[in-house]
Design a protein around this ligand. Structure first.
Ligand SMILES: [Zn+2]
Length: 433
């Protein structure tokens, strides 16, 4: 089927459309879309399942599909590819800016083909603010991909998030904008905002003191050390910022209408970050009823990143994380789907939905977490554009699935149709951009 982009408003007809606000599917909705603004101009519910015949040439019939708002991945790294292919250290140290950028363009295309029209991209991992340039290249239609909300460099306290090489004379890319003290972290937030960040990310905790113990045999021929410390062969996590530093980060970012995401592994880090008023907690993988209570109380969005955990954490720990995620939903904590994609392949984003569903969270709740809650994690009204649901004034980001995910979760991968900002990108299971 050939398709040329319409220049006048056109209609998309659906028979089953997901509403993340109502957490249900609505029958027989038609959407009038402006190709100029990329927004939904009007929605209306038809009295019957039938649609006009013959259909005006620019109208699109999606009545054979299950239609949803475009997916939002709330935790990605567009410049990373799977660590199983190339470990993080080598990607950051050895791959050129050109290679990483070209890979990122491929990743963006793969994400769009999988139905992802928005990425909250939480750090370039060694490329500074290159994500700002990629975001703008997508917005200028130079390359295709999800709309990016970027973090540039994350914030960490001195030495808190560094690429460790044993040769201290080696020049290594920085991984974080390092800052200490209330004034110092405020200045760092100001630097991120000036660099073009849409979201500020900071490390609430991180492995620390790794230099005491070489964790892996990093280079060919590197010798392992013979005796492991009593805590095992993984460095321990420690808090990176005081409570007052975290509050200053949040205050400074919020004053400029910018959301804040906190990387936090331990319950202590989750609790301190949530109490400081961060918009989202990333990972939070160590089960803790108290951490859930505080996130619920503070209205913090929880992004459990089950996809990357499945790859990186031992199997027995993963089970407790599923339980923790289910408990979070049960306790009324708002979830957003973010797979920490990059370390896991771009295009595999929907794995996060599959794992949340496997953890016991109802399908409709998971779909809301992958759409509307993603928009909220990006800053909600601060985004300057509504996406993640389909109503008058929202971006026309639309996904059509060949089959109902309530009947079979595998249908989440059967993405037949994708539209972003009113422009069809994939039709009949083929990319057309
Ligand atoms: Zn991440």
């Amino acid at each position: 089927m050939s398709y040329s982009s319409p220049t006048e408003p056109f209609t998309i007809h659906t028979s089953l459309l997901f509403s993340p606000h109502l957490k249900t599917f609505l029958p027989n909705v038609s959407l009038l879309i402006s190709p100029t603004t990329g927004l939904v101009l009007r929605t209306h519910t038809r009295s019957t399942s039938s649609i006009p015949s013959p259909l005006p040439p620019s109208d699109i019939d999606l009545t054979h599909l299950v239609v949803l708002p475009g997916f939002v991945d709330a935790h990605t790294h567009i410049f990373l590819h799977p660590y199983a292919e190339t470990p993080a250290l080598h990607q950051i140290l050895h791959e050129s800016l050109v290679e990483r950028t070209l890979r990122a363009a491929n990743h963006a295309r793969a994400a769009l083909a999988a139905g992802y029209t928005t990425y909250r991209d939480l750090g370039t991992e060694g490329l500074g603010a290159a994500d700002v340039g990629l975001r703008d290249a997508i917005n200028r239609s130079i390359v295709v991909g999800p709309r990016l909300f970027v973090a540039t460099d994350p914030l960490a306290s001195s030495g808190g998030y560094v690429l460790r090489v044993e040769n201290e004379n080696a020049r290594v890319p920085r991984l974080a904008d390092e800052a200490d003290g209330v004034d110092g972290v405020r200045a760092a937030v100001r630097r991120r905002l000036a660099a073009g960040a849409d979201v500020v990310k900071f490390y609430a905790d991180q492995e620390k003191r790794n230099a005491r113990y070489p964790e892996t045999e990093t280079w060919p021929g590197a010798l392992g050390v013979r005796f492991k410390p009593e805590w095992g062969d993984k460095p321990k996590h420690y808090l990176l910022f005081s409570a007052s530093e975290m509050r200053a980060i949040v205050d400074e970012a919020h004053e400029a209408e910018c959301p804040v995401a906190a990387h936090a592994s331990s319950p202590a880090a989750v609790i301190r970050a949530a109490r400081a008023g961060v918009d989202s907690v990333e990972h939070g993988q160590e089960p803790s009823a108290e951490a859930l209570e505080v996130m619920k109380e503070m209205g913090t969005i929880f992004v459990p990143t089950l996809t990357v955990m499945e790859e990186e954490v031992p199997e027995e720990v993963v089970g407790s994380m599923y339980q923790h995620t289910y408990n979070a939903w049960k306790a009324g904590v708002k979830l957003a789907c973010g797979g920490d994609i990059g370390p896991v392949a771009h295009g595999e984003n929907v794995r996060e939905l599959e794992l949340m569903i496997a953890a016991g969270v109802p399908v409709e709740e998971v779909l809301a977490s992958a759409t509307l809650h993603g928009w909220e994690a990006c800053g909600g009204a601060w985004c300057g554009r509504k996406f993640g649901w389909l109503d008058e004034g929202c971006a026309a980001d639309i996904v059509g699935l060949m089959g109902d995910p309530r009947e079979d979760v595998k249908n989440l991968r059967r993405v037949e149709f994708v539209m972003k900002d009113g422009r069809a990108c994939k039709m009949d299971n083929r990319m057309i951009v």
